[in-house]
Design a protein around this ligand. Structure first.
Ligand code: NAP
Length: 244
């Protein structure tokens, strides 16, 4: 009997961790649908990975996400994995003189609101799919905030909380929710930063394994030890993470 091809949707598949997940899922025989805001960064994906389909979508806009979901479900009546990955970090200094001119909630929109729009748009089809999993990309900063990125850290902490509640709400429907909390990962978004970086491929592989096995959390690299270290020396560890 021919195996039924599994279907994944990945937000932010044109770069970094999202791109590594698209590549891995494609290599493992999944049908993959992905998006980003910039169509030029998406256009070579179907050639590089035949069968992968990409369309522009801005996860901060509910209507844009719904249009993307409608496009996907026209050809994919079931979805087995929803990856909420799109996001990014803006450094914000609340002591800066130009504070009033900054878009202070941009990181809440793209990291938190974006994930809410993305996940909720696919829930109707996830409910009738089996297996059905959600992978939410937050950050190690969800557990301990970075001083240079207060709003991003708060946005990821909100995703951490959201992941826990969704996990409980969706468990009776047979939908698992896995949160990925990466440390510094070698992607274009952080090319300007120094420090030990995990490869995006390594993080994607660990994340996919975790999501498919129904793990609650995937904490690659040093983030693996963070909850334990926060219990034994919370102030020292918070100070250390704050400076990164
Ligand atoms: N790299 C790290 O060290 C690190 C560490 C912890 C957590 N993370 C998290 O991992 C995720 C991926 O980060 P990355 O480092 O792989 O970043 P990246 O290389 O900049 O890739 C981000 C992807 O998301 C898309 N995107 C951004 N905003 C979007 C929006 N509003 N709507 C739709 N797509 C959007 C981008 O495409 P467009 O720009 O064309 O929209 C791109 O495809 C993020 O949630 C990030 O917070 C990263």
């Amino acid at each position: 009997m021919e195996a039924i091809q599994r279907v994944a949707v990945v937000s932010g598949g044109s770069s970094g961790i999202g791109l590594a997940l698209v590549e891995l899922l494609h290599a493992e025989g999944w049908a993959v649908y992905t998006c980003g805001r910039d169509g030029t960064r998406l256009q070579d994906l179907p050639q590089r990975f035949p069968g992968v389909q990409a369309l522009t979508c801005d996860v901060t806009e509910r209507a844009s996400v719904q249009a993307f979901a409608d496009w996907v479900t026209k050809s994919a009546p079931r979805i087995n994995l929803v990856v909420s990955n799109a996001g990014g970090l803006t450094e914000v200094d609340f002591t800066a003189a130009n504070l009033a001119e900054l878009d202070l909630v941009a990181d809440l929109r793209r990291n938190t609101e974006g994930a809410i729009h993305w996940i909720s748009a696919f829930l109707p089809v996830l409910r009738s799919s089996n297996p059905a999993s959600i992978l939410i990309v937050s950050s190690g900063y969800a557990l301990a905030p970075a001083t240079r990125a207060p709003i991003y850290s708060a946005a990821k902490a909100a995703l951490h909380s959201l992941s826990k509640s969704l996990r409980r709400q969706l468990a009776p429907l047979g939908i698992s929710v896995t949160e990925l909390l990466p440390p510094l990962v070698d992607t274009p978004a952080v090319s300007h930063r120094k420090g030990v970086k995990l490869s995006a491929n390594q993080v994607a592989a660990q994340a996919l394994r975790g999501a498919l096995s129904g793990a609650d959390e995937v904490r690659p690299g040093a983030v693996r030890f963070l909850p334990f270290l926060m219990r034994i020396a919370p102030r020292a560890i918070e100070r250390m993470v704050a400076r990164t």
